[in-house]
Design a protein around this ligand. Structure first.
Ligand code: BTN
Length: 269
């Protein structure tokens, strides 16, 4: 039996040296998952900033083992190879930085009101428009590389029944007929900026994230993890990027992004 190796249909480069992320972008027609392909390339030594984009994913992955709905031409399916000279703990800031970059792109470039739900869901009008999945390779407590996977719903006119109440797209929210590639360009500019901040100035990430998230402070939420459910009121992020939640009895808990799901007790989202 032969295994078919996917090959890019196009390779684009951005010669601007400041634009490290996206200096080379490999465009594929169909992949199982751009994160899987980027991981393969990273293991073969691909450089920091190489982007993998697919028109369609047949096995797009979400957080917590979920699928990411990835029909052809409807969404941006992007994975970026990152090789930061940083501790594994810094990976949390990369995730928060990516969420800021997507939210800012929606707000500033497409005039669409975006909100961030901890740690990294981007919502518009209470429905999810973007998800972020960072997968890290760590050896001897050093971050060897991280794959930053970003899925943005762009051109879907609607969603399958099971997603209708929770997912949305730029087309639905802003009636914009843009393509995933047209979203990629301004997104890369913002990703470059916020990635540099994540490594050099994490306090700016905390500040930027809190400014863009209605969940950061005074939001009544439920936090669901594998072994517990807690409810309380958000009290901002810590310096290391954990979410502070005050329980009804006044105790403060630090929620670390990981295997958790957060629901608003006000809107249910
Ligand atoms: C989430 O569950 O919210 C995260 C979704 C991440 C989806 C993106 S699409 C591009 C990249 N490739 C994948 O298989 N997943 C991420």
């Amino acid at each position: 039996m032969t295994t078919e190796v996917p090959s890019p249909v196009n390779i684009s480069t951005r010669p601007d040296h400041e634009k490290i992320l996206g200096a080379t972008t490999l465009h594929f027609d169909t992949l199982d998952s751009t994160n899987t392909e980027a991981r393969k390339l990273a293991n073969q030594g691909a450089a920091e900033g190489v982007c993998v984009v697919a028109r369609e994913q047949t096995a797009g992955r979400g957080r917590l083992g979920r699928n990411w709905n990835s029909p052809a031409g409807a969404g941006l399916y992007l994975s970026i190879i990152l090789r930061p000279n940083a501790s594994p703990a810094r990976a949390a800031f990369i995730t928060l930085a990516a969420a800021i970059a997507v939210a800012e792109t929606l707000i500033q470039d497409f005039h669409t009101p975006a909100d961030i739900k901890y740690p990294n869901d981007i919502l518009v009008n209470g429905k999810k428009i973007c998800g972020i999945l960072v997968e890290s390779s760590i050896t001897e407590n050093k971050l060897e590389y991280a794959i930053l996977g970003i899925g943005v719903n762009i051109a879907q006119p609607d969603f399958p029944d099971e997603l209708k109440t929770i997912a949305t797209s730029l087309r639905i929210e802003a009636n914009l007929g843009i393509t995933p590639d047209e979203f990629l360009e301004p997104l890369l500019v913002k990703l470059n900026h916020w990635y540099i901040e994540a490594l050099a100035n994490p306090a700016a990430i905390i500040e930027g994230w809190q400014t863009l998230s209605s969940y950061a402070r005074d939001a009544k939420i439920r936090v669901i993890s594998n072994d517990s459910i807690i409810e309380g009121t958000t009290r901002g992020l810590t310096a290391s990027g954990a979410l502070l939640v005050e329980l009804d009895d006044g105790q403060i808990r630090e929620i670390v992004s990981g295997d958790i799901t957060i629901r608003s007790l006000e809107s249910g989202v």
